[in-house]
Design a protein around this ligand. Sequence first.
Ligand code: ADP
Ligand code: ADP
Ligand code: MG
Length: 505
Amino acid sequence: MIKKILVANRGEIAMRVMRSCKEMGIKTVAVYSEADRTSKHVFYADEACCIGPAASRESYLCIDKIIEAAKRFGADAIHPGYGFLSENAEFAARCKKEGIIFIGAPAEAMIKMGDKIMARQTMIAAGVPVVPGTQEALKDADEAVKVAMQIGLPVMLKASAGGGGKGIRLVWKKEEIADAFNTAQSEAISSFNDGTIYIEKFIETPHHIEFQVLADQHGNCVHLFERECSIQRRNQKVVEESPSPLMTPEVRAKMGEIAVRAAKAVKYEGAGTIEFLVDDHLNFYFLEMNTRLQVEHPITEEVVGVDLVKEQINVANGLPLRFKQEDLSQRGHAIECRICAEDAENNFMPDTGVIKQLQEPLGIGTRVDSFVYEGYEIPVHYDPMIGKLIVWAVTREFAIERMRRVLYEYRITGLKTNISYLRKIMDVPAFVEGKYNTKFIAENNDKLSEEKLYEAEKSEVEDIAIIASYMDYIVNLEENSPKTSDNRPISRWREFGKRTSMVRI
Ligand code: ADP
Ligand code: ADP
Ligand code: MG
């Protein structure tokens, strides 16, 4: 049985994974870059290891250093979180070779699903409906024009190695195809080092609905129902909810069964997600599989009552699933908002800086998965997401009311966040009625950009004197607190980690 886990990630997901480890009595090892030495995950872990400079390529993406850290600290398993090395088949295979358990998908399943063209071929063979389009890579822009005209416009040009919304271009007109092919290809080369592009028919007014699956090493596989992820900006998710307001019990059962079939087709193990595009008539098409824990996994945990990280560890230990499909059901409604350090009034430019004041919401049905604290400086090098705000309530209506309340309670000063923007989303009629698709943000841009002073902001104006004196208090605290070698105040969070050792690789 796994006794010590190295978490090869940072930020909120590193905290999330370690929290479950703590509950299970499993020791944790954090890895961190030089830019992350004051990150909360470093203090929360039992042991911590600096693995190099800020650039991910030299730290969080460096397989050799992470393996070396695992060995030095005697970790018997590695959890990769999401992003970074989580879907890297070479890393999964290397862990196996070194005798370290990789808490994630088998390398073979990652290879089959990581490449979108190969995934489409595998799914077609398994009888899973895919978005109409090509099964082959496009040779050049000329071929892109020819194939696009055969499929019929509008189409999407997509990077086969794509992820995180990158390398995707929507084309409406014939004369735009060649240009779109070239820009998608260069983006794909710079982001994924692979310029393979293919074509999909553009599904108009689509819903992004995904199914959580969980499989063990003994051939058992279940789904944990759906998440609705259609509130997106630039093909990236902003708000997610479960259940989907679009879903019917019949379609849910059918999609769940297909999701399990898709996972079984690649002999999947662990937690994974099958993403579908669903049109207004509830026709659904396989989009891709994410062979890892998903950012939005907590809404499934709230509704189904399963700790997905614990189940991942359970599967990695070689144990059979603890439940059958018929043991699982959805209870109530959950919504997640991604809290990002970005300027919603300036094209969502990421913002960085020191968090001066932080008040995270509490109370019934509230969950905050984050990693920041007062006095913490958000580094410029990584994702601008500083946390996730999740609510659960008995009905969708109550969940929206609760989300409005917790967004009101959430206070961050010192840098710009998208909290006001999220508050506006909670008031847009199409969201409140549950009648929206992936065009939601584009279609409601006027409502989302209008100047609107919320109660919280009004009281913030009134509170300004209190905040000012509070900031003086923090500055004072920082000036008088002990300093690190590079002259940073040592945070209160330091008290958390009673590390036995601290090594640098
Ligand atoms: P989710 O469905 O979990 O939201 P995302 O596509 O938003 O998935 O990706 C989650 C995280 O993983 C993000 O931080 C994103 O930047 C990162 N990510 C996703 N795909 C890739 C990739 N191919 N290469 C590098 N990072 C990726
Ligand atoms: P990534 O790997 O970057 O997450 P996906 O293939 O999952 O890429 O697509 C991301 C988003 O782009 C989807 O959630 C959807 O909103 C949009 N999209 C992708 N393909 C299509 C399509 N064929 N038709 C309409 N929208 C699409
Ligand atoms: Mg996707």
